[in-house]
Design a protein. Structure first.
Length: 276
């Protein structure tokens, strides 16, 4: 059964169960009743951005509105995300195929914020910055997941920056919260056993990645300021950190991270050669 027919039947069922007319639903959504009628008859389907409003009107979750088997959906979305990452990480990256994979997934799971986040990242990597901004703006509004919402705002700010619109980039950055600790840090500090070990390992990987990124950024800033000596010091520190961690990097929860760090090492070493 097509997604539009399935969704239309669900809307009709919810509407009739509550004794609500098409006109009342349409008025609430600022649409014509003919539009609602087309949804219910499977002629068209609601815009993805409308799904949270429709779900809220009926007092159900978006997943319930879409009649998903939650576990099956999560497994399928996880699989699509993994396949998408492989295409993006290929040499050379196959962004066109990755985009088509995610867009096909969104036909089955319209409004899924994980897939929408994947799409935003693909658009950004393809340097389609205006499309990225539009995608991220919508995602930041509809997603209830803080990590996805904040990542969308981050991508939006980076896209504005790449387009040279630093005022909009700064405004987007201002929407991000100032975080002084993470859930992983707190879990590692107060829990026990595996519930303590796993967050500690993941946070260690993330902290290492963030530190190396900041050292690279500082090196770039010093280089642009005409201070190559200071830039070189930042990159040397980064190399020393990578050397210190290369034999102490558990991969059971961070299996792809070390590949990222190896690529990062190559970039840092190349930058050092250019400064020498």
């Amino acid at each position: 059964m097509g997604t539009s027919i399935q969704l239309g039947k669900k809307i009709r069922q919810l509407r009739k169960d509550r004794g609500i007319s098409q006109e009342i639903l349409a008025r609430h959504l600022h649409l014509s009743y003919q539009t609602v009628s087309k949804w219910e008859n499977g002629v068209t389907m609601p815009d993805v951005a409308l799904l949270p409003a429709i779900a809220a009107f009926f007092g159900v979750s978006t997943d319930e509105l879409l009649d998903y088997n939650l576990y099956a959906m999560e497994e399928k979305v996880r699989h699509l995300s993994e396949e998408c990452w492989k295409l993006r990480d290929a040499q050379p990256p196959n962004l066109a195929k990755a985009e088509q994979l995610i867009r096909d997934g969104l036909k089955t799971f319209p409004g899924n914020d994980i897939l929408l986040n994947n799409l935003a990242e693909i658009l950004f990597e393809a340097q389609r910055y205006e499309e990225t901004v539009e995608q991220c703006r919508a995602l930041a509004e509809i997603s209830k997941a803080d990590d996805i919402r904040y990542d969308a705002i981050r991508l939006m700010s980076e896209s504005y920056s790449r387009m040279g619109d630093y005022i909009s980039a700064k405004a987007a950055v201002e929407r991000l919260p100032e975080l002084y600790f993470t859930k992983l840090q707190i879990a590692a500090q107060i829990l026990d056993g595996e519930n303590r070990y796993r967050p500690a390992i993941i946070q260690k990987s993330l902290s290492l990645e963030h530190l190396l990124s900041m050292l690279q950024i500082l090196a770039d800033i010093y280089t642009r300021r005409g201070e190559p000596g200071k830039a070189k010091i930042q990159l040397q520190i980064a190399c020393e950190i990578l050397n210190a961690f290369q034999n102490d990097f558990p991969t059971e929860y961070t299996h792809s991270a070390w590949d990222t760090f190896k690529t990062l090492r190559e970039k840092i070493e190349e930058d050092l050669r250019l400064l020498s």
